[in-house]
Design a protein around this ligand. Structure first.
Ligand SMILES: *[C@@H]1O[C@H](CO)[C@@H](O)[C@H](O)[C@H]1NC(C)=O
Ligand SMILES: *[C@@H]1O[C@H](CO)[C@@H](O)[C@H](O)[C@H]1NC(C)=O
Length: 153
């Protein structure tokens, strides 16, 4: 799972609830609790995958760490060609993070940034192609690494 506490739609939805706790990096402020829940989920998932791998030694099971990939992009957006206000979405409406529940991406009144490759989030939920590109690259490298390790063992 991705760091839900940094997702613009969740940040906007929970902004007005009772004193949510925040966690700030140099570039962004995320919600603490959703990210902690996701970290627990991902840790249990990794344990389950280890068990599956042990049960099926001839099967390659690849885990993609979406959480840390995205956190890395949030902490160092410039390294990926993203703007410093890294949680601002490309396609949306007026308001914080350019995310507005009454003007969502796809609505006639929605506006789109000039260069989506400078943004981490496409709309309030999905990443841009640029962001998925970096994640996919790492994922594919893992697959290639795992297959060649298998071939040479
Ligand atoms: C795994 O692969 C090896 C080599 O091809 C084979 O001998 C073995 O039976 C396989 N194990 C399982 C559980 O399929
Ligand atoms: C969301 O968009 C509507 C319509 O443009 C606007 O009236 C409203 O003020 C916006 N909300 C925020 C928080 O900016």
């Amino acid at each position: 799972m991705i760091p839900s506490g940094c997702v613009p739609s969740i940040l906007v939805a929970l902004a007005d609830t009772d004193a949510p706790e925040y966690d700030a990096t140099a570039t962004a402020t995320c919600l603490k609790e959703p990210n902690e829940i996701v970290m627990i989920h991902n840790s249990l998932l990794r344990d389950a995958i280890e068990k599956l791998r042990a049960e099926h030694p001839n099967v390659s099971i690849i885990y993609t760490d979406m959480f840390n990939h995205i956190m890395e992009m949030i902490k160092s957006p410039e390294r990926f060609g993203f703007k410093r206000d890294v949680l601002t979405v490309c396609c949306g409406g007026p308001g914080r993070y350019h995310y507005n529940l009454s003007v969502v991406c796809g609505d006639e009144a929605a506006t789109t940034c000039e260069d989506p490759s400078t943004r981490l989030f496409w709309d309030g939920v999905h990443l841009t192609e640029a962001a998925y590109h970096y994640i996919a690259e790492d994922w594919l490298n893992n697959i290639v690494g795992s297959v060649s390790a298998r071939a040479s063992s």
